[in-house]
Design a binder for this molecule. Structure first.
Ligand code: SAM
Ligand code: SF4
Length: 350
């Protein structure tokens, strides 16, 4: 298969996804990197990742911090979150992402609202106030509005699997696909940059499913996408079911290929090099950036808590200490956009 022969319909995308020819995959990644630089430039935007809590009311069958799993739980205090955000500001990351398990209790909602307002007050020197992305799952429209008004302007909510049958297989029955989709449209209507994404290489997933994920991002007109390889956690129902999934090597190659295909399909959006890539290859996120991604999220969560945010086994991808950023991004083609919000060109042009 040749990159020039690719077609952008479901059939063509599925064929590209299924093709395991290493030369084709390398050519695709190179082309995607070239298109990224030509369209949005070589810059990589940073978001300091703050993993606020591993307490979750949901029970997704693949996730290592699901409600019914027994594991040590934590929740960062307001001061710990602010301190992590100050670290991000001091290192001129430009933005933070607050991510965590889904919680819908009033105390948690109000805490996030207070934090958003306080983060906006953090001294960033000559840079703009920190940009803020939230990734805290499904909330009511009113809560999304409250957080938007308090200063969040991006929200990441992965659809996880656009195919409703596949979605059903990897979630308990009471997790509604329609509700998830509705939440995404609510976010968009409120004015957020609504990002989405899916796991890559999960059990039961076909090349056609992955092609449909890509076409969904396009149809939803997502200004940003964060997708990454599935990494099994030993105690989840999905792993314990014994359902097969692609090898680590294949999931990594697929993860990079999905980034490359998406960059070619939507040249001016923001695409994150997911942490899940790093678990499969020590230079995984850097390779993601060289395959067309343009967002990198150094982890600024306090280390003693970070180890408990155990979605999957991530021993190999522990924190991004002060020197890890430069260490992790050693390729000379990567230019870091310090002190910038780094909104997608796509969103700015809407
Ligand atoms: N609770 C929020 C949510 O689900 O949207 C945000 C936090 S959740 C931990 C962030 C993402 O982690 C999910 O969207 C899911 O795709 C990913 N994730 C969970 N378990 C995973 C696994 N075993 N392998 C790879 N990614 C996983
Ligand atoms: Fe909770 Fe998110 Fe994990 Fe699902 S993926 S169990 S919502 S933290």
């Amino acid at each position: 298969m040749k990159v020039s022969e690719l077609t952008w319909d479901r059939e063509g995308l599925a064929a590209a996804i299924a093709c395991e020819d290493a030369a084709f995959e390398a050519a695709l990644r190179e082309e995607a990197y070239r298109v990224k630089v030509d369209t949005i430039g070589p810059e990589v935007y940073l978001r300091g990742l703050i993993e606020i809590s591993n307490i979750c009311v949901k029970d997704c069958l693949y996730c290592g911090i699901r409600r019914d799993i027994s594991c040590p739980r934590y929740e960062l205090s307001e001061e710990e979150v602010l301190s992590a955000a100050r670290t991000a500001a001091g290192r001129r990351f430009g933005s933070v992402v607050i991510q965590g398990g889904e919680r819908t209790d009033a105390a948690f909602i109000r805490k996030i609202t207070r934090l958003l307002k306080e983060i906006k007050q953090i001294d960033t020197g000559d840079d703009p106030p920190l940009g803020i992305t939230l990734s805290l799952g499904e909330q009511s429209r009113e809560v999304y509005e409250e957080w938007f008004d308090a200063g969040a302007h991006r929200y990441l909510l992965r659809i996880e699997a656009f195919n409703p049958d596949l979605y059903r297989k990897i979630h308990p029955e009471d997790h509604s696909y329609d509700r998830r989709l509705q939440a995404l449209y609510d976010l968009k209507e409120i004015g957020y940059q609504a990002g989405t994404g899916a796991m890559i290489g999960i059990p039961f997933q076909t090349a056609e499913d992955l092609a449909d994920d890509l076409l969904f991002y396009k149809q939803f007109d997502a200004p940003m996408v964060g997708m990454g390889p599935y990494n099994p956690h030993p105690q989840t129902p999905l792993t314990l079911s014994g359902a097969p999934y692609p090898s680590a090597e294949r999931r990594f190659a697929l993860g990079l290929k999905m980034i490359a295909l998406l960059r070619l399909l939507m040249p001016d959006i923001n695409i994150a090099a997911a942490t899940a890539l790093e678990v499969l290859d020590p230079r995984g996120r850097e390779k993601g950036l060289l395959s067309g991604a343009n967002v990198f999220m150094p982890n600024v969560t306090p280390r003693e808590q970070l180890v408990k945010y155990n979605l999957y086994d991530r021993k190999t991808s522990l924190p991004d200490g002060p020197s890890a950023l430069e260490h992790g991004l050693s390729d000379s083609r990567i230019v870091i956009g310090y002190g910038r919000w780094g909104d997608s060109k796509h969103f700015r042009q809407e």
